[in-house]
Design a binder for this molecule. Structure first.
Ligand code: PLP
Length: 394
């Protein structure tokens, strides 16, 4: 197939390097038949890798039965998935709204927060909550926001882990605080547990919602179903997407307690939300994670990756941060101001898919199912890439 990207697509992504045609586990193949090990997983989406047999079966069965119903009728997979998610959060009065992406889940959460009767929202500098106009208003990255201003104006940005700024920002006018426990798009930067707990305490004091964006961290990515449980807080709502349906489009807003009572019929909706195929896929993702013990595997492999990415880097990697299988490696190549994109291009030549999440950091979000042999092969290719740069005179 002759791909003329620039003549075909709007100019939102730049021209990709590869055309991928198939995958198996953590390996993918391009159109020329070349094999790669995928350590990025469709940007933290393909949590079971490619073509897991249970997933293939579940999705194929559902496609053969019923693909779409609209929200005028109940479909069984959506109920089953919602019940699973209620169980996984374990909150009293948990309720679920399904949509199709992370941005949409945050739009729903933002609209929910307006039903508190207040409008001010607090977010953390560097946050990424999506690119629709509402979610972009919450994405505290000026370069992404500027061309689209004016956005929603009642958004206060506080510096990461700045308790004093957070305390000042949360007032009786606050409708909600949106947090990512680990800011994936900002370079895998963690909020401190103290910051998250303080946000819980202070939002409760003023009757504001604490909404945690688990779009990138949820569904086992960090070694627990949800990243926020480590800090011991119970938020009013979480948003989920990416890994939930293992590669099919889905998003969800999950609320608890009083927040579950705010929407009423007509408040919000989505034609495809709760699509039976995406929901059947998500049920299969959750089942496989449970059956194969993938939460603890994510924790174990995360630690192994953390150690090996540094130890096998010939001095190129100065730090690896993150939790479970959401990691970022800081790359140092003498004299280079943006070493990460160069590293990613070289790694691709060695058959490894990665992403330069910042100019200096490379992100890894491999499948929780990555096999030992795939991981060893990936680390070998990592080492070869590092070796190349360690031998380049600075
Ligand atoms: N929230 C977080 C934390 C994300 O990482 C992303 C995407 O990277 C989004 C929201 C937006 O999700 P989507 O691209 O599915 O709209």
């Amino acid at each position: 197939m002759n791909v003329n990207w620039e003549e075909t697509f709007l100019n939102t992504y730049g021209t990709p390097e590869l055309t991928l045609v198939r995958g198996h586990g953590s390996r993918v193949w391009d159109v020329t038949g070349r094999e790669y090990i995928d350590l990025l997983g469709g940007i933290a989406v393909n949590i079971l890798g490619a073509a897991h047999p249970n997933y293939v079966q579940a999705v194929s069965d559902q496609v053969g039965k019923l693909v779409h119903t609209s929200n005028l009728y109940i479909n069984e997979p959506s109920v089953k998935l919602a019940n699973k998610l209620q169980e996984l959060v374990g909150w009293t009065g948990a309720k679920v709204f399904f949509c199709n992406s992370g941005a949409e889940a945050n739009e729903a959460a933002l609209k929910l927060s307006r039903l508190t009767g207040k409008t001010q929202v607090v977010v953390v500098e560097g946050s990424f909550h999506g690119r629709t106009m509402g979610s972009l208003s919450l994405t505290a990255q000026p370069a992404k926001q500027k061309p689209f201003e004016p956005l929603l104006n009642d958004v206060t940005v506080v510096a990461i882990n700045d308790l004093e700024a957070l305390k000042m920002a949360i007032t009786s006018a606050t409708a909600a605080v949106f947090l990512e426990v680990i800011q994936g798009e900002a370079g895998v930067r963690s909020l401190s547990s103290e910051f998250i707990r303080s946000a819980r305490e202070w939002t409760s004091e003023v009757g504001a919602l604490l909404i945690i964006d688990e779009v990138q961290t949820g569904i086992g990515r960090t070694g627990a179903w949800w990243a926020h449980t480590e800090s011991g807080v119970t938020p009013d709502a979480i948003t989920v997407a990416k890994s939930l349906a293992g590669g099919l489009p889905i998003g969800a807003l999950i609320t608890g307690g009083e927040a579950s009572k705010l929407f009423t019929p007509g408040s919000h909706g989505s034609t495809f939300g709760g699509n039976p195929v995406s929901c059947a896929a998500a049920i299969s993702v959750i089942d496989v994670i449970e059956q194969e013990g993938l939460l603890s595997r994510a924790t174990t492999l995360g630690q192994e990756f953390k150690d090996s990415l540094v130890n096998r880097s010939h001095g190129i990697v100065t730090q690896v941060r993150g939790r479970g299988l959401l990691l970022a490696a800081e790359i140092y190549i003498g004299g280079e101001s943006d070493p990460a994109p160069k590293f990613v291009i070289k790694a691709l030549e060695h058959g490894l898919l990665l992403n330069a999440v910042t100019p200096t950091a490379v992100r890894l979000a491999p499948a929780l199912t990555i096999a030992d042999a795939e991981m060893e092969q990936a680390l070998l290719r990592w080492e070869l890439t590092c070796n190349y740069f360690s031998e380049v005179p600075s």
